[in-house]
Design a binder for this molecule. Structure first.
Ligand code: CA
Length: 236
């Protein structure tokens, strides 16, 4: 029988390329009442972590695709989700390297399942009932614009710009990544994720709408620029 605990709703992402261990971990976590997501590659783990926002990640170091250390480093750019790293490398140096990447805990293989479960519980308790991702500052200033993440408002010269929810998310994404070119595919992935049901023109259409609200002359955009053949770039 599965006992329902305070952690019952927590979502745990397990990243491990050894099939048997992945299966065992997932099985034990489900028995403890967690919702479980699994990945066996580093790149898949990054995608899942961003789309599904797990409450905790159990991350193996040696992985195909992108290794665990790198996954951890990349995740730490935009989230504070608790991360427990698993590794067969037991030396003190590796432990320090693991913690340096921003992992919260480190469990050398082989480990006891009970011990790992205890550490997961402890980390989840520390991070609160729901470890919401820290997506950066609440108020982002960009030129004469103020993007308020909490109130989901954009202000300019004391006035609130009327943006639709998707336009807001699109603008928020761009002001958080100024000066970088993003392809339509990347924008779809980052801003729409699994909500996407439209066609390839969806991004262009939303960009056009957004320009009508943030550009002096939407026909000659200077902030949200088109980079021919590549995608779009936001000037910070
Ligand atoms: Ca491995």
């Amino acid at each position: 029988m599965v006992v329902t605990t305070a952690a019952a709703q927590a979502k745990v992402l397990v990243v491990e390329d050894e099939e048997t261990l992945l299966f065992t971990l997932a099985h034990n976590l489900r028995r403890e009442g967690y919702a479980v997501l699994t990945a066996s590659r580093g790149d898949d783990a990054l995608k899942l972590a961003r789309e599904k926002l797990p409450d905790l990640i159990v991350l193996d170091v040696m992985l195909p695709g992108v290794d665990g250390m790198q996954v951890c480093r990349l995740l730490r750019r935009d989230t504070t989700v608790p991360i427990i790293m698993l590794t067969a490398l037991g030396g003190e140096g590796d432990r320090v390297a693991g913690l340096d990447t921003g992992a919260d805990d480190y469990v050398p293989k082989p480990f006891g399942m009970r011990e790992l479960m205890a550490r997961i519980r402890a980390l989840l308790r520390r991070s609160g009932p729901r470890a919401l991702p820290d997506a950066g500052p609440t108020l982002i200033l960009s030129g004469d614009m103020e993007v308020d993440r909490e109130r989901r408002e954009v202000r300019r010269g004391g006035k609130i710009l009327k943006l639709k929810p998707k336009e807001f998310e699109l603008l928020l994404f761009f002001v958080q990544h100024p000066g970088r070119v993003f392809s339509r595919e990347q924008i779809l992935d980052e801003v729409w994720g699994y909500d996407f049901y439209g066609g390839p023109r969806t991004v262009d259409v939303h960009i056009r709408w957004l320009r009508q609200k943030i550009e002096e002359d939407p026909a000659l955009p200077v902030r949200l620029r088109t980079v021919r053949g590549s995608g779009y770039l936001f000037e910070g």
